[in-house]
Design a protein around this ligand. Structure first.
Ligand SMILES: [Zn+2]
Length: 88
């Protein structure tokens, strides 16, 4: 029987679909019974997808716009009084 810690070890292979059929089945069985591992796999899959999206070379316009906004805001606020600890 697959344990949670076993699943953690092979989780990324499971997400990539690289597990042998039998092992893949035991992961699925475990996920049906174990809420913690469902959450774990869900989070892992979400971050894997995000990484893949960002490494594919396709720019995420929404994200870039958000970063731009942050930068613009930071520039507007500026390193005034209390936060003035940069090298000068
Ligand atoms: Zn589990």
């Amino acid at each position: 029987m697959l344990m949670c810690r076993d699943l953690a070890v092979i989780a990324s292979d499971y997400i990539d679909g690289e597990l042998p059929v039998l092992q893949n089945m035991s992961v699925k069985m475990h996920l049906m019974m174990c809420k913690d591992c469902r959450t774990f796999i869900g989070n892992l899959r979400a971050s894997t997808d995000m990484l893949k999206a960002h490494s594919s070379g396709e720019a995420d316009e929404e994200l870039i716009r958000k970063i731009d906004e942050r930068v613009a805001e930071a520039l507007k606020e500026g390193p005034r009084d209390s936060t003035n600890r940069g090298p000068k």
